[in-house]
Write a protein that binds this ligand. Structure first.
Ligand SMILES: [Zn+2]
Length: 418
């Protein structure tokens, strides 16, 4: 078993929706009628928590629904996800936040709706964050767009600080990102594709960090993709900014070289970057500069992806493959769980119901992770309603075996039942 307090050998007994007993080394007596889930060779851990999932409902049901997206999440070992608010309509009101929560009743994991920072994500006026916070929203973001207006971002941080919630920014300065559809560099010139420069992210990261220091507000930076962005976070944190930052599995594992075949499955914002950036992100995840891995799970139907590279919608699937991708980076399992479970749970205000530690009385939101399990990714076999996985045909090492949500075994690997 692994949680924030350490790693040890133990049996875990779940009764109802809580952890009833954790053995101190030896096996627990099996109560009559108990269901046994085999965790031999694997690790029992607090369920994974995703800060960044596009579940597409309401309005984008051709790409994903809350039902299919949370099934993908549960299969990936997640017990909680933050649903991004760039739906149609956008989650800019209590009504849409309530609708998402209603649709998530009976889902296979907890769904925490995020609200928008600005009304309709239009970037002009602040959304009513207070009424959405009253419904349970804890993270506010215009994700898909950065908040371009600096004065509006300052007011959003001040307002969020008073409400005790977090503003999470998608850092891309629009005039610099412009119509770029891949990382700007020698390769984009070679391929004849307009570039999206690293600096389009970095200028907004620097601006947001300065505003976080000015306001004292909590700031979360979404899907950082460059070495300089991470360096800026480290410096601002040392100077007192209350900032957390996430990175996606694809920015940790994939590089801009993949765009050479013009396959739109590799189009994403921010774009896949150079090898040097990718290595810096992995190092920053290992040394604590980055706080969380967040999937940016972004399902798209075929008609949005089977077009020219520049016309394709940005984004890729991530929930079912995230653990396998991150497990392949060579970090200690304790660190992998820190950035995929208890740290994101804390950022979203989902702790301690999610993220552990696994102790008697704690809600039984658990996963069993098999870090040695080899499997080949097939988009057609994923639970998502969409197929746009960048790992098609790749072998991953590491997979969730079972997932328990509120004590219910919502995912049980068939071959491991006994
Ligand atoms: Zn984004």
């Amino acid at each position: 078993m692994v949680d924030a307090t350490g790693t040890r050998r133990a049996d875990v007994l779940v009764k109802g929706d809580v952890v009833a007993e954790v053995s101190a080394g030896g096996p627990l007596a099996r109560p009559a009628g108990a269901v046994v889930l085999d965790a031999e060779g694997a690790f029992v851990a607090p369920g994974l928590v995703d800060l960044h999932a596009h579940l597409r409902e309401p309005g984008g049901e051709e790409a994903e629904t809350i039902e299919t997206g949370t099934r993908a999440a549960a299969l990936g070992g997640y017990t909680a996800v933050v649903a991004m608010p760039n739906t149609s309509p956008a989650a800019s009101s209590a009504a849409v936040v309530r609708q998402v929560l209603h649709l998530a009743r009976g889902a296979l994991c907890e769904v925490q709706p995020a609200g928008t920072v600005t009304e309709g994500r239009a970037g002009r006026t602040l959304a009513n964050m207070a009424e959405m916070a009253a419904e349970g929203a804890r993270i506010f973001t215009d994700d898909g767009n950065g908040v371009q207006d600096a004065a509006l971002m300052r007011r959003a941080l001040e307002y969020a600080s008073a409400l005790g919630v977090v503003v999470a920014d998608h850092c891309e300065e629009a005039s610099l990102a412009a119509n770029g559809c891949m990382n700007e560099g020698a390769l984009s010139s070679l391929l004849g594709l307009p570039g999206r420069p690293a600096v389009s992210e970095e200028v907004m990261v620097l601006r947001d960090l300065a505003l976080a220091r000015l306001t004292g507000a909590r700031l979360h930076l979404l899907h950082l993709s460059t070495a300089a962005s991470v360096a800026a976070v480290v410096a601002a944190r040392a100077a007192g900014a209350r900032v957390t930052a996430e990175v996606t599995p694809h920015h940790l594992a994939l590089e801009d070289e993949l765009v050479k075949g013009y396959d739109p499955v590799f189009k994403v914002n921010p774009p896949l970057r150079a090898a040097s950036d990718r290595r810096a992100l992995v190092a920053a995840l290992a040394d604590g500069a980055l706080d969380a891995v967040a999937t940016d799970h972004a399902p798209h139907p075929p008609e949005a992806k089977q077009v020219s590279f520049c016309d394709a919608a940005p984004g890729m699937l991530g929930l079912e493959t995230a653990f396998g991708v991150v497990a392949g980076l060579g970090l200690p399992l304790q660190r992998v769980l820190a950035v995929m479970s208890w740290q994101p749970a804390a950022i979203a205000g989902l702790a301690p119901a999610h993220g552990g530690p696994v102790v008697p009385g704690a809600p039984a939101n658990l996963c069993v992770l098999d870090p040695g399990r080899r499997w080949v990714v097939r988009g057609a076999a994923l639970a998502s309603r969409s197929r746009n996985t960048p790992y098609e045909g790749r072998e991953l090492v590491g997979r969730a075996r079972h997932t328990l949500f509120r004590g219910e075994p919502v995912v049980v690997a068939e071959e491991a039942q006994r």
